[in-house]
Structures are given as structure tokens and as C-alpha cells.
Design a protein around this ligand. Sequence first.
Ligand code: PHE
Length: 459
Amino acid sequence: MAGVSESSRGGFSNKIGFVLAAAGSAVGLGNIWKFPFEVADGGGGAFVAMYLAFCFLLCFPVMMAEIAIGRKTNKNAVGAFESNGHKNWSAVGKMGVLSGALILSFYNVVAGWAFGFALEMIAGNFAIGSNFGQFISDWHINLAFSSVFMFLTIYIVMKGVSGGIEKASKILMPSLLFLILALMGYALTQDGAMEGVAFYLVPDFSEITFDVAFSAMGQAFFSLSLGMGALITYGSYVGKKDNIAHSTAMILLTDVGIAFIAGLMMFAFIYSQGLQGTSGGAGLIFTVLPSAFESLGPVLGRVIGAAFFILLSFAALTSTVSLLEVPVAYVVDEHEVRRSRAVWIVGGLIFLLGIPSMLGNGTVDFFNNFITYSSGKTVNFMTFIENLASDTFLPLGGFFIALYTAWVWRGDNFKKELEQGNPGFGDTILGKYSIFALKFLVPIILGAITMVTISDKFL
Ligand code: PHE
């Protein structure tokens, strides 16, 4: 990487730095908190099968496209489209900036719960699982923990993209993986666990509806941090000699792998505790896991429980950092605001935007029952924002990024960009498939599912 603008924007020291940061963005609450309850609501194995298909068949090429656009233009999510000479397309980047802000506003609240649960586990308060409803309806708790979390996020983003967090994640991410693997092993030995595994792995295809496909698609994009330009922004810090296809594969496999084993662990615990069929919703991991930790005994349970929620909070932090980075990079690059100032203003505004999400979990009725969809389902403010930003805007962003890459920037230019650092890739099966998918598969499938569900849900 060369040039003044790059050095002043910061950069990743090497390829592993980028893969770590991007995997850090991808792995977070999406894998461990959101994935299991989406699977439970989506009917089990059929949801998992669809989720995996979306990740590998559609998200893989979209992820390469985002990273390639970022590296080619060396810009943020909005500027990337503009500097390539396509001003109108920067609307896609602007939608991404908005999605990032909306997602961070509620993500930060949930991250606050994870942080709070770490303290509860240290205190040995395993009963907190059954008092989860009370815990989240207390606005003092929400306000306290989420402001700590936002403060940490702001502080890290202010210091630039590389640095301490990258180093810490080299130790903490593998620790999280190891802990979930160990918990999964333990969960699988419990009575009744195998029924949970069957629910999780054996697809019942009669469960597949447009609504379930829509959630599986949203989950794939959310979990991979895709469709809002986070990876355009991160890609802008990637070196020209890096192999984009290879990095993409590593990020995708890490993210999907962690979600998959977290799901196995959760369904083994849910069924062995006899909790099947309860739609835990956003409370699923918080209600199920404390009693699972308790079953490890008073001392080990506290240690493991605290370690789990601390590592989960760390994983959330590497994601909130990337969520804040998107709007901040936009404001810094396009509106020439000093980085340190932009971070505080943007972070502060997003924090305020999160307040209705904090209040909609039992505190203020208006936000508790915020909107009724045309299906008759009433949801709270947080779920509404989640449906809007992560389930709708992200796949819509992916749809436009695919169209843009394949038809506007054009397949051959995209191919050239991928081949820097990976000569001949465009002629491999994967290379050819990716261009084909961006041209036809992604726009058709994402477009169809999004249109049908938007009209069902919101119209
Ligand atoms: N992928 C993150 C997670 O699974 C959330 C996220 C979405 C981060 C979009 C950045 C952009 O927790």
C-alpha cells in the first residue's frame, strides 16, 4: 500500500491482520446469540440448510465483491462507488451507512446484556437465567452496560483500524472457539441432547416458507457482516498483493464454523434441559446457558460462565468496532471531519438511537409493542429495527452490490482485481462461478425473496 491518503487512513499490517479483523467483525453476537434463536424460530434443520446454502453459494461471491471494490477504490462504502465514476450508486453505500448505524444501535444493547451476564456469572447468580425478563426491562441496567460498551467501541475506533484489538483477538478468538467446542462436547453427553441434535440437523423441508428463507438470508448477511459496506471499508485497507478469494474463504469458514458449533451446543443444552418448543427469541442464550453453567458445579460453573460471557463480549466488541467504522469512515472521508471528533459524534448519536431499543423490553409500552405487521404479529422496537436493517437492508445491499459489480463495474474488471495476488483465479471453476453468481443468481434469488417478504411484511 502506498500513498498519503492510505497512510493517514491507517492500514492492516499484513494479510493475517485483515483476515483477523474481518473475521472479528463477522464473528460476534450474530453467531452465538442470534443464530440459535433464528434456528429455533425457523423450524430447525431446514433453516440451517438454507442458511448454509446462502452463505456458500451467494454470500461468498458477494463478500469477494465487497472486498475487491474496497481495495480497488481505497475508499469508504459511499466514496467507493463515487470514485469509480458512478455517483448514483453511492446510494447503496449510503444505505449501508444507515444500516450500520441502525444495527449498532440495538447490537450495543445486546452486547451490554452479555457484559452484564459476565458479572452475574462471576457473582455466581445462576438464577439470572430465569429472571432474564426482569433483567432486560430494567433501564438502569441497560443504560449502564450499553454506555460502557459504546464507550469502549468509540475508544477503539478512535485509535484506528490496527492495533491492540488485533493483537488481543489472536488470543481471545481461539479461546472462544475452544470454549464453545468444550461446552459442545459436554452438552452432547447430557440426556436428551441427541433429540436437540436431530432438530438442528435433520431438515423438515415442509418448514420452508418465504418467511423462513427471508430470515435465513438475513442471518447469513448479518453474520458475515455483509451488504452494508463494512467489508468495502475494510477492503480499502487491504494490500494489492493479497489473495482476496483465499481471505474470503477463511473469513467465511471461520464465521460459519463458529455459528454451526454454537448451534449444536445450544440445541443439545435446550433439549437436555427440556426447554424445546419454547420460543426463547432474543432471550434464548441468556435463559438457557446460566442453568447449563450451574450444572458444572458452583466453582467451575462460575469460572466457565464468566469466561464464556467475557469472551462473547469481546467477540461483540470486534463487531461493534466494524459497525461504527462504516459511518465514521464515511464522515471522515466525505465530510472532512477530524476522525477523533467524528467518532464521538457518530457514536453518540447511535447510542441515542439505541435508547428506544433499551426501553422496548418491558419498560415503555409504546416501544414494547411498537408495530404490528400485516401478518398480525406485533414486535418491539428492537425487533423492528432488526427486521428492517439486518433482514431487509443487508440482503438488499447485497443485491445491489452484486448488480453493481457484475454489470456496472463489470465482470472483467472485477476478475482483474481478484487476479492481483491470485493469477489465473478468474479461469478456475470458483472464479467463473462467482462471476456468474453475481450476474444472475444473487440478483434473482435475493431480489425475489426480498420483494416477496417486503410486500408481505410491511405493505
Ligand atoms: N457479523 C456481526 C455478528 O455476527 C454483526 C455485524 C453485522 C457486524 C454487520 C458488522 C456489520 O455479530
